[in-house]
Design a protein around this ligand. Structure first.
Ligand code: PLP
Ligand code: MN
Length: 374
């Protein structure tokens, strides 16, 4: 491997010598998160299909599958292409409607490379295009009809539209009606648990009614999929979904640390995804400058939180594309550890995950689907 940090693997203290900024994964926290979600899904009798949009990484995905996940979700066709040969992967669901001149054919081309390829549709146009691509390629695609949870982002608007599209899918050549999806994106980050219960329940109402009507019509949906890190504990108790699609739990981030994830209040998950950065300039009285700015963290959420290498409570501030400030008197060349504000778009900024065990770099995992948003 030619990565500039590869020679540090296995060296005591190698973490402090990394070429920075480096995306770092705390091995113990990561493994605990995988085990905690696997146990929660098992206890509730739901299948777990973790969302790989969070990590875009085969090495992470393979560990989720080894812990009992029934398959994976991806958001986009490009992610599906990059992750299709993940060891242990038997079922893959593309959770965003597939449209455009090339995407349906690319999806159909993937179907023969896996036991089960599932893809979401929320329109007649989308379903028809998938049918034509499947027939032309000689494969059968499982189509999951997406139901709008009330955000009006994707999904059929209400049970009438959902039932009609499911019936259309069931009648189209090359397609199999595989179930319904409803992901309550607007509920995930509501910090208060009880409020999230109410919003989460409302979000699944159309999915539940659509499923009941389809069952009465002899078209029972085999899969009812949805849920995220913010709502998995709620959905596990509602008895509507058959599988959970949570993604962020595997890494956690500053945003999700602010959310009370379970009724008891204690978070089942630990911050596992970090950025190691270095002090590269220290010529100002109040702060030092590190080598991590807009290109190192997603900027849609809160600020990164300093968790190591600086006095507790030291603040970070963005200083541009390449730079950030740490308001502490740190030594030039020293390293600082920050928790990422929002995990998914932060991962997309890096080529490799640096797996660490304490101060030792233990592995480098390529982020195969980084940039594959097409
Ligand atoms: N399912 C869908 C359709 C999503 O868009 C997402 C994330 O945005 C997830 C599941 C995973 O949710 P989370 O990262 O909140 O666990
Ligand atoms: Mn996210």
């Amino acid at each position: 491997m030619t990565h500039p940090n590869a020679h540090l693997i296995g060296q005591q203290g190698g973490r402090r010598a990394l070429a920075t900024p480096a995306l770092v994964l705390d091995k113990a926290a990561f493994e605990a998160n995988i085990a905690a979600m696997a146990a929660a899904a098992k206890a509730s009798g739901l299948a777990l299909r973790p969302h790989a949009k969070t990590h875009k990484c085969k090495s992470v995905a393979a560990r989720q599958l080894a812990a009992g996940a029934v398959g994976l979700c991806v958001a986009k066709t490009g992610e599906a292409e990059a992750l299709i040969d993940t060891p242990g992967l038997k079922s893959l669901l593309i959770t965003s409607p597939v449209l455009g001149p090339s995407a349906p054919n690319r999806v159909a081309a993937l179907a023969s490379r896996i036991d089960e390829l599932l893809v979401v549709a929320d329109s007649d146009l989308g379903a028809d295009a998938l049918s034509r691509a499947a027939v032309a390629t000689g494969v059968t695609l499982g189509v999951v009809v997406d139901v709008d949870p009330g955000i009006h982002r994707t999904g059929c608007a209400g049970p009438d539209a959902t039932v009609a599209l499911a019936q259309r899918v069931a009648g189209l050549p090359g397609l199999r009606f595989a179930g319904l999806q409803c992901y309550a994106g607007h509920a995930q980050h509501i910090e208060d648990y009880e409020t999230r219960v109410v919003i989460g329940q409302m979000a699944l109402a159309d999915l539940a009614e659509s499923a009941a009507r389809l069952t009465a019509l002899g078209l029972a949906p085999p899969i009812l999929t949805g849920g995220g890190t913010g709502t998995f504990a709620i959905e596990a108790g509602l008895g509507v979904l058959t599988e959970l699609q949570a993604g962020s739990y595997v890494f956690m981030d500053v945003e999700y640390d602010a959310v009370v994830l379970t009724q008891g209040g204690a978070s089942p998950f630990q911050p596992a995804l970090l950025v190691e950065a270095r002090v590269i300039s220290a010529n100002t009285a109040d702060f030092v400058t590190i080598d991590a700015g807009f290109k190192s963290f997603a900027t849609d959420g809160p600020k990164p939180v300093v968790i190591g290498g600086a006095p507790a409570g030291s603040e970070y501030a963005f200083m541009g594309d390449e730079h950030g400030a740490i308001f502490a008197p740190l030594a030039l060349g020293s390293t600082v550890t920050l928790q990422v504000p929002h995990c998914d778009p932060t991962v997309n900024l890096y080529d490799f995950i640096h797996v660490v065990d304490g101060d030792t770099l233990v592995d480098l995992w390529p982020i195969e689907a980084r940039g594959r948003s097409y």
